[in-house]
Design a protein around this ligand. Structure first.
Ligand SMILES: Nc1ncnc2c1ncn2[C@@H]1O[C@H](COP(=O)(O)OP(=O)(O)OP(=O)(O)O)[C@@H](O)[C@H]1O
Ligand SMILES: [Mg+2]
Length: 365
């Protein structure tokens, strides 16, 4: 039985019951107390009695109708709207929004329902975005693996066909094959790290790190390789020598290497310069890595730390890359309780900034 029918029946019984009770008690009183029944009353009493009876009946009917309208408006109507919304959601329409006003329990239920709808919609959009990103990732991986694989195949065919006739040529061919295999290995490592980072499975091994020693070591390790590519690396420290942070040395190295590898990859100047500066920023250390490469358009700067984001220039160039590097960097810095951002001028260069909290005896990461 519908709620509305139940309500109507309840109110009818609210009206009928007192009338029946009155009639029965009157009849009983007539029989057992020897009181005159309605037919035996003087006419003026009978008239007054009937009028009072009608008045009571009218009051009961009006009250019942008012209660019925009020309850129907505040219970049945919102429930019907809720039911329509639930059906819309069941049919996959997550845009059906419930206008909620009122503070009673049913309005609160509608409010909760509306919040549930918004959350479902967010999850659905997140899933669509995730699926789209995965498709892009798969297409990027296929492209990034296919390029070195094609080269490896070509050089192997060259060797098999005897094109690498001299030992020098053979060494050159084998070296190229080796380099391409290393590129593929790097890509696969990056992808596996990305999948771990995405599901919070990166094992961090935190320790106390003396900032100046650590970053100057990083710089000297990179110097030789950068030098061989014609890029000058400068290192400047503006911190006290004993300043420490808590961090994972391996993962922070990954951060620095990733940023520097971008500076190298997107370097378009003949004389490339990369400057690493460590500054004091109160409770934090502030690391700046500046390059004089091709820079990033201001419209792209806010997005470069997003997964799979590559600027149009990068996507259209022959340079490999999946747009994962900086998203990994951001995750590592944020897992260390720090913050990372970039400033850049197109055509002039880019500065990557990150801050990490200094270690103090009571501080924890
Ligand atoms: N130093 C830089 N100079 C110019 N552009 C940069 C620099 N660093 C990052 N970018 C831009 O930001 C984008 C995102 O960088 P990110 O490192 O995440 O991806 P990627 O280098 O394209 O690929 P991956 O690092 O996964 O191989 C790059 O595609 C590039 O367009
Ligand atoms: Mg990169």
């Amino acid at each position: 039985m519908k709620l509305h029918t139940k309500m109507v029946l309840s109110f009818i019984s609210v009206i009928v019951m007192p009338v029946v009770l009155l009639a029965v008690s009157w009849a009983l009183m007539g029989r057992f107390l020897d009181m005159p029944d309605i037919a035996g009353m003087p006419p003026e009493y009978r008239q007054a009695f009937i009028q009072i009876g009608f008045l009571i009946l009218l009051v009961l009917v009006v009250t019942a109708l008012m209660l019925l309208t009020w309850l129907s408006g505040s219970i049945i109507k919102p429930l019907q709207t809720l039911q329509t919304a639930a059906r819309a959601i069941k049919d996959g329409d997550l845009d059906f929004s419930l206008a909620v006003n009122g503070t009673d329990e049913i309005s609160e239920l509608c409010q909760d329902f509306e919040e549930m709808r918004i959350r479902l919609k967010d999850n659905q959009e997140e899933k669509i975005r995730f699926d789209r990103e995965n498709k892009i990732l798969i297409s990027n991986i296929s492209h990034d693996l296919k390029t070195p694989l094609t080269a490896v195949k070509g050089y192997c065919e060259g060797i098999l066909d005897g094109v690498a006739s001299s030992p020098e040529k053979m060494t050159k061919y084998v070296r190229t094959i080796y380099n391409k295999a290393c590129d593929m290995e790097n890509l696969i490592d990056e992808l596996s790290l990305y999948s771990k980072i995405d599901t919070n499975r990166i094992p961090y091994h935190y320790s106390r790190i003396r900032v100046h020693d650590y970053f100057s070591d990083c710089a000297s390790e990179l110097e030789t390789e950068l030098d061989s590519r014609g890029i000058e690396l400068t290192y400047s420290n503006y911190l006290e020598d004993d300043v420490e942070i808590i961090g994972d040395t391996e993962q922070l190295k990954r951060v620095v290497n990733n940023i520097i590898s971008n500076s190298v990859k997107y370097m378009d100047k003949k004389h490339g310069i990369i400057g690493m500066r460590i500054r004091d920023d109160g409770d934090f250390i502030h690391v700046e890595i500046e390059d004089n490469g091709r820079g990033i358009a201001s419209k792209d700067v806010p997005y470069i730390f997003d997964r799979f984001y590559r600027t149009d220039e990068s996507r259209n160039s022959k340079m490999g890359g999946s747009g994962i590097g900086l998203s990994i960097v951001k995750k590592i810095i944020e897992d260390h309780g720090g913050r990372i951002w970039a400033t850049s001028v197109l055509g002039t260069g880019t500065i990557m900034h990150f801050v990490l909290r200094k270690y103090e005896e009571s501080a924890e990461v």
